[in-house]
Design a protein. Structure first.
Length: 94
């Protein structure tokens, strides 16, 4: 099935909502990650940090791993500033 670029651009909001619901919600509409624990490596900046935020937004607890203590501490601090209800902890490679 092929889609034109104009179709995708005109329907991106609908497509995203369906994709998002498919990935994160169960059949009852509840967050599938609620109460789960996720371990994210490389989650201190960039795409990794964005993934951490999405997982936290969907109710999971995150264990954040990074290569440097400073970057892990900064990422955790930034997450707490974003939302104080986030449940995240971190560790650096020693």
């Amino acid at each position: 099935m092929a889609f034109s670029i104009s179709f995708l651009l005109n329907n991106i909001d609908k497509i995203y909502k369906k994709w998002y619901a498919f990935l994160w919600k169960n059949q009852e509409g509840e967050n599938m990650l609620k109460g789960k624990i996720a371990i994210v490596t490389g989650g201190t900046r960039g795409i990794g940090l964005t993934i951490v935020k999405k997982i936290l937004d969907n109710g999971a607890t995150v264990i954040l791993l990074g290569s440097k203590e400073e970057s892990v501490t900064k990422a955790l601090s930034d997450l707490k500033k974003t939302n104080n209800n986030y449940q995240a902890d971190g560790a650096a490679r020693s």
